[in-house]
Design a protein around this ligand. Structure first.
Ligand code: NDP
Length: 783
């Protein structure tokens, strides 16, 4: 028997198992067999059955129904039928239901937590203290958005029916992230949980009925990838929200291209965990534990790449290894367990394979001598001697595996942090606030945690940059994903173009307007030009026939102009004012040019040029005013929601209003700090090529605005495919091709239709929102 002195020496914990009796009882009550939740009722389903298994024990928990395409169709029909009534209830009435759901989650929190742990294998400490409280918080927070919807989102309406597909790593939390904003905004949903973890979604279905949610507002269809595909591809779905692997995200982008479905993708990550030499190393070690061993490392934003400053590398790694020796791997229901079960044998073997491959490539493996049960368990793992370009450092492992590298300077830390195709999250550890807040904006990631990690809250948006997907969940920005603007004002009917002979342009024939790349007039690479005609058929001149090579050159020039993104809004405003003034001074010239080119009556053209000048003044005004927000989540600290430029934006402008539409697109992008490559109106390009002279006299830095004339569809596709372009705006009839071309690097796209460019709806927040992405920087106070 141990005496007190011995116990104090070993500090061994005794087992502290949580009882699973209530969860087992709930499963028994359902005869361990579940159907689909469609239109507020349980339906048997027309597909096969499959088992839900406890990964920690390998024991079957229940039999579930795999929803077939017919079942998905029934669910979508139920959601469609329920949607108008749900929207009509108004935000305040919907808020009451969301409050009710939040309270019921709290009331049943223990059952939810235990059921989640049984089904997923994550430690009860996490489901009890993190997952389920965050679920309740999400419903409460979004009850608030429902209440405020009409006043805070004027001019918006619900998207309609949302198809939502979620993964297995945070089953109920991902459900809450998807369902709460959708319902708050007035949408109805069809949700497919992951095949491995459907049970808490089914318990949630029960509480929807307990909350007396109208039938059809929430529909849950269980099943595997095929069921997910049926949801995503159903023609009557208006919005797809997906969380999961980048590979499936890419397939969904392709499947939805051209359908008009609104899309958000929350995908993988390889997030850096950056430790500076002046960090509190002990705190940073605890941070690393939370970053990579929380939920067995099966976290999209896991801090899986440790970047530690060389001067403290040895000390930090030693401390980390010592801490790893104290981690407890085992029974997820035991309250002292740190690392529970991996979701499935398949996932476990993938982790083991990736680690073995890394070791073969030269990485040095460290696994503590902690007991690790047989089965779906994997020990905490640290790999050192890892190259930044290696598979280990680039590919998501999605397991309790940390790979370590070192850096010397903050600049090197930024370069290493950004050396990834992903951009979901980052964690920075330094006691010097200047060091941390200098690095935060330089890391391309949607969330940055300063001296903390894996913090989530409903008030702060979550989502990625680059191949980590697009769109945000949580916060105001998350609400926008489930809303759409009421239709933009339609274009006015334009008078038939005058086909009278062109008098004032008779000398134009000899001139070939060049491309505008890197602040210079540039001949098209192929040396070809295309003729521009007046409506009368008369030749007005030529413009360069841009090619793939010209687009590449223009993108390169735009990339080089990176400093524009960190130029102050104040400075950007001044340059835009200057452009506006210079255009204003040459108004008469532009009016004549556009009149001749389009055959539009002079009075209308003059109004268009005037509107263009005004629009430039508007965006000059916005340049230093499109502020972010400071959130106050339930932590001692703040979250800075910063509106960051996208980077390089490709723009294909429409034919109508050749100067006004062209300017209405590039100006908000440039005002927010983006650099653009713009393809102007194919039919009427001369207003844009003349405009280069205005730019040349306006102090606009070289490379910020690049103009490539030519065949719009081909050039737009090239831009959409280009990996150096961060977002693509396309106004035209072939949005499907642009969306499909963007799938490779999961670029953000904006497909616009015809609109009245003179109207006030053609400027302002909608455009600024498209020109920016939100980065949330978490800054806790105190020690
Ligand atoms: P998937 O991306 O395959 O699964 C996510 C969800 O999508 C699940 O509900 C899945 O169903 C469903 N699904 C699968 N194929 C399709 C399809 N073609 N169309 C629509 N829905 C589909 O992830 P996995 O679960 O297979 O995990 C694989 C890897 O993905 C992990 O190792 C990890 O690297 C990464 N991952 C990333 C996550 C993140 O949060 N970013 C979350 C989960 C995984 P079903 O469960 O039945 O397969």
């Amino acid at each position: 028997m141990s005496n007190v002195a011995q116990i104090l020496k070993t500090m061994e914990y005794g087992p502290a198992p949580e009882s699973d009796a209530a969860a087992q009882g709930w499963l028994d009550k359902h005869n361990r067999s579940f159907g689909l939740f469609i239109n507020g009722e349980w339906a048997p389903g027309h597909g096969k059955l499959f088992d839900s298994v406890n990964p920690a024990t390998g024991k079957k928990l229940a039999t579930l129904a795999e929803a077939s395409a017919t079942d998905v169709d029934a669910a979508v029909k139920a959601a469609r039928a329920a949607q108008p009534g749900w929207a009509k209830k108004g935000g305040a009435a919907r808020a009451r239901y969301l409050y009710a759901l939040a309270r019921l989650v709290q009331k049943h929190s223990r059952l939810f937590a235990v059921l989640e742990t049984l089904d997923n294998g994550k430690p009860i400490r996490e489901t009890r203290d993190i997952d389920i409280p965050l679920v309740a918080r999400h419903f409460y927070h979004h009850a608030g958005w429902a209440q405020l919807l009409e006043s805070e989102f004027p001019g918006h309406e619900p998207v309609g029916v949302a198809g939502q597909v979620i993964p297995w790593n945070f089953p109920l939390l991902m459900l809450a992230w998807k369902i709460a904003p959708a319902l708050a905004a007035g949408n109805t949903v069809v949700l497919k949980p992951a095949e491995d973890t459907s049970l808490t979604a089914l318990l949630f279905a029960e509480i929807c009925n307990e909350a007396k949610l109208p039938k059809g507002v929430v529909n849950i269809v269980t099943g595997a990838g095929e069921t997910g595909k049926a949801v995503v591809e159903h023609p009557d779905i208006d919005k797809v929200a997906f969380t999961g692997s980048t590979e499936v995200g890419r397939a969904i982008r392709l499947a939805t291209a051209g359908t008009g479905k609104k899309l958000t993708l929350e995908l993988g990550g390889k997030s850096p965990f950056v430790v500076f030499e002046d960090a509190d190393l002990d705190a940073a070690v605890e941070g690393a534990v939370d970053a990579i061993w929380f939920n067995q490392g099966q976290v999209c934003c896991a801090g899986s790449r440790l970047l530690v400053q060389e001067s403290v590398e040895t000390r930090f790694i030693e401390k980390l290894k010592a801490r790893m020796e104290t981690l407890r791997v085992g029974d997820p229901l035991d309250k002292v367990t740190d690392i529970g079960a991996i979701i499935s044998p398949r996932q476990r073997s993938q982790i083991a394979e990736k680690v073995a491959r890394g070791v073969k490539e030269g990485a040095v493996l460290f696994q503590p001598k902690v007991a690790c049960p047989e089965g779906c368990f994997y020990p905490p793992t640290l790999l050192t001697n890892v190259e930044s370009a290696s598979t280990l450092a680039q590919e998501e492992i999605f397991g309790p595996v940390l790979v370590a590298m070192s850096f010397r300077t903050p600049a090197e830390a930024a370069a290493l942090a950004n050396n990834s195709r992903y951009g979901l999250a980052a964690s920075i550890w330094s006691e010097d606030i200047n060091v941390a807040l200098d690095l935060a904006p330089r890391i391309k990631a949607g969330v940055v945690w300063v001296n903390c990690t894996n913090q989530f809250d409903a008030s702060a948006g979550f989502g990625g940059y680059r191949e980590s997907g697009f769109g945000r969940e949580g916060g105001r920005e998350g609400m926008f994903e489930y809303l759409k603007l009421k239709a933009a004002k339609a274009p006015p009917s334009t008078p038939a173009p005058s086909t009278a002979p062109v008098l004032s342009e008779s000398d134009a024939v000899d001139r070939t307007a060049k491309l505008f790349i890197g602040g210079k007039q540039a001949r098209p690479d192929g040396g070809y030009s295309r003729a521009v005609f007046a409506p009368s058929g008369e030749l007005l001149g030529h413009v360069g026939e841009g090619s793939r090579k010209d687009i590449r050159n223009a993108v390169e020039a735009a990339q080089k102009a990176e400093s524009w993104s960190s130029t102050s809004g104040h400075a950007r405003a001044q340059i835009l004012y200057y452009v506006a003034e210079n255009l204003s001074a040459r108004s008469a010239e532009f009016v004549e040019r556009i009149r001749v080119m389009t055959g539009t009556p002079k009075g209308i053209v003059a109004k268009g040029v005037e509107a263009t000048v005004r629009r430039l003044f508007t965006y000059a005004a916005w340049a230093d005013k499109y502020d972010g927000a400071v959130h106050s989540p339930p932590l001692r600290g703040v979250v800075l929601a910063m509106n960051e430029p996208m980077g390089v934006i490709g723009i294909a402008a429409p034919d109508e209003a050749p100067l006004l539409a062209f300017t209405s697109l590039w100006a908000p992008a440039v005002a927010m700090g983006n650099r653009v490559v713009i393809v102007p109106s194919e039919k009427h390009p001369l207003a844009a090529t003349d405009f280069t002279q205005v730019l040349e006299t306006s102090d606009m830095p070289a490379g910020v605005i690049n103009i490539v004339t030519g065949g719009r569809e081909e050039l737009a596709k090239t831009l959409a495919e280009h990996r150096g372009v961060d977002a693509m705006w396309y106004f035209g009839a072939n949005g499907a091709a642009v969306e499909a071309a963007s799938a490779d690097d999961l670029k953000r796209t904006w497909i616009g239709g015809p609109r009245d460019w003179f109207d006030a709806s053609a400027e302002g927040r909608e455009f600024l929102n498209r020109a920016t992405q939100v980065k949330n920087v978490w800054i806790p106070y105190g020690a």
